[in-house]
Design a protein around this ligand. Structure first.
Ligand code: SAM
Ligand code: SF4
Length: 467
């Protein structure tokens, strides 16, 4: 279906009206919506409006319980890990909340050379990472599509022993359809673009200059990426710029719009909360600060609203709170992150300069894996779906049939087994073998036999094994 790309599909009045009506809903309506959400069929906007505002403790507890239930039903115990790779902090924009903004003259600027990109990737591979998210400031000359093409190729090229990155996702400025086609040709997984805020007045205020001031160009970026053949897109809002309830309603509107116009909703939703950033009043004093309780509500509501869409949580959040949000619906985590170009190399020597924002969870990948495994999660480095063509609509069709779980669990086991052999210490290995045995027991007989055979091949030296 064609869309008018100069029009906004966000109807602020409609969202305001739905929120006003939702605020009046009583406890029984809240509980009724939550009961329905347990069928894993998602929520309508009017239902979401109720759950975003319900204040009865029983309804809030039921919301959290249902989020955990839906998360476990759709995703089981797996948790996907990735690391961000900041390649450039040079930027033509002036986003008031970001340390990379053009007018922040105190920031040390850097665009990684291809050798530096390879160096950073080597460090991530040595830790066991297999999935990386390339992040770049917006600069048509210094970090435009030519540079990104080269950087993605350098990432895929880099090897440490027999290890290499198996999926590169990209978070860069919106591109034209033509440039998205070039990005697709580099073999990326997901293209991520956060709208920051869906609220027009707030958007204008936060983005005073540079290409990003054009809100509609950004709003339609995921649709352009899909048009260019990038099936998996990631959306999100930067929480803290305006009322979070409005943003969550707008995110669901965006999902519905993509589904309608492109035939597939987003693959992931990110929930970044504003973190302090160098010389940024907005980041250091968020205009609509989002509390921990608000975050719990946001993650649970999104999990119920779009059960089959991954929820990504970055290291912006502090360690113990991340662990809590995992149980409410988060399905992908970054670990051991640095938010400055060259940050992994610099971290070895001293505190990195040129960071985008400060990090709340500085646990290494190994520490996080150990902790999650002890909590009975299966860390996953799986990249099977995208390499087998289970992307976009094909992925969602399988997911909605409840079938994707049958792929995710085996692939999580296989990729975790590789990690345990190649990178884990003895303690983690023992815990890991325990959760793998438990997870194997949950597979159906045919799959269990198949995966047990594949595990044996990994023990005999095979790598990059997936179904
Ligand atoms: N420059 C590109 C863009 O803006 O789309 C991509 C890279 S930008 C570094 C990635 C994301 O960082 C932004 O979309 C924004 O949501 C997030 N971000 C910026 N400042 C932040 C802050 N102070 N705290 C948390 N996240 C922030
Ligand atoms: Fe540049 Fe992105 Fe930061 Fe805005 S959020 S200043 S576009 S890096």
């Amino acid at each position: 279906m064609s869309t008018d790309t100069r029009a906004s599909f966000i109807d602020e009045q409609k969202i305001a009206d739905l929120l006003a009506a939702g605020a009046k809903a009583d406890k029984s309506r809240g509980l009724q919506i939550i009961e329905k959400a347990r069928q894993c069929k998602g929520l309508d906007l009017d239902e979401l409006a109720v759950l975003l505002q319900a204040d009865d403790p029983e309804v809030i507890q039921a919301l959290y319980d249902a989020a955990l239930y839906v998360k476990n039903t759709v995703y089981g115990r797996r948790m996907v890990f990735f690391a961000p790779l900041y390649v450039s902090n040079v930027c033509a924009n002036n986003c008031l909340y970001c340390g990379f903004r053009k007018d922040n003259t105190e920031l040390v600027r850097k665009v990684l050379t291809m050798d530096e990109v390879r160096g950073e990737i080597e460090l991530l591979l040595e830790e066991g990472h297999k999935r990386v998210l390339l992040v770049a400031g917006e600069h048509p000359q210094k970090s435009g599509i030519d540079y990104i093409e080269e950087a993605v190729a350098a990432i895929y090229d880099t090897k440490v022993g027999n290890a290499s990155m198996r999926r590169v996702n990209v978070n860069c400025a919106p591109l034209s359809v033509e440039d998205f086609r070039r990005l697709k040709a580099t073999n990326i997984g997901t293209y991520q673009c956060f709208q920051e805020t869906y609220h027009l007045e707030t958007y204008k205020k936060m983005h005073p200059s540079g290409p990003k001031a054009d809100m509609l160009w950004r709003l339609h970026a995921p649709a352009r990426a899909i048009e260019a053949g990038i099936d998996d897109v990631g959306v999100g809002a930067l929480l803290g710029l305006t009322d979070y309830r409005f943003e969550v309603m707008a995110i669901l509107t965006h999902c519905q719009h993509l589904d309608l116009t492109s035939g597939v909703g987003p693959h992931t939703i990110s929930v970044p909360r504003l973190e302090p950033a160098l010389n940024s009043d907005v980041a250091n004093n968020p205009p609509h600060a989002v509390t921990d309780d608000n975050m719990r509500r946001i993650v649970s509501c999104i999990r119920l609203a779009v059960p089959y869409t991954g929820i990504i949580l970055s290291t912006r959040e502090r360690a113990e709170f991340r662990d809590e949000l995992i149980s409410l619906g988060v399905s992908q985590l970054s670990a051991g992150s640095r938010t400055a170009p060259g940050g992994y190399a610099e971290a070895k020597a001293h505190q990195p300069t040129g960071e985008q924002f400060s990090i709340g969870d500085d646990r290494s990948l190994a520490e996080m894996i150990t902790q999650l495994t002890k909590g009975d999660y299966i860390p996953s480095f799986c990249t099977g779906c995208y390499r087998k063509g289970r992307t976009g609509e094909a992925f969602m069709d399988l997911a909605k049939e409840g079938e994707i779980h049958h792929m995710c669990a085996p692939n999580a086991i296989l990729s975790f087994k590789e990690y345990l052999i190649d990178y884990a210490d003895a303690d983690t290995r023992a815990e890991g073998e325990r959760v793998i045995a438990e997870e194997l027991a949950n597979l159906d007989d045919n799959m269990r036999i198949k995966i047990t055979d594949l595990i044996a091949t990994i023990e005999n030296g095979a790598r990059d094994v997936y179904v």
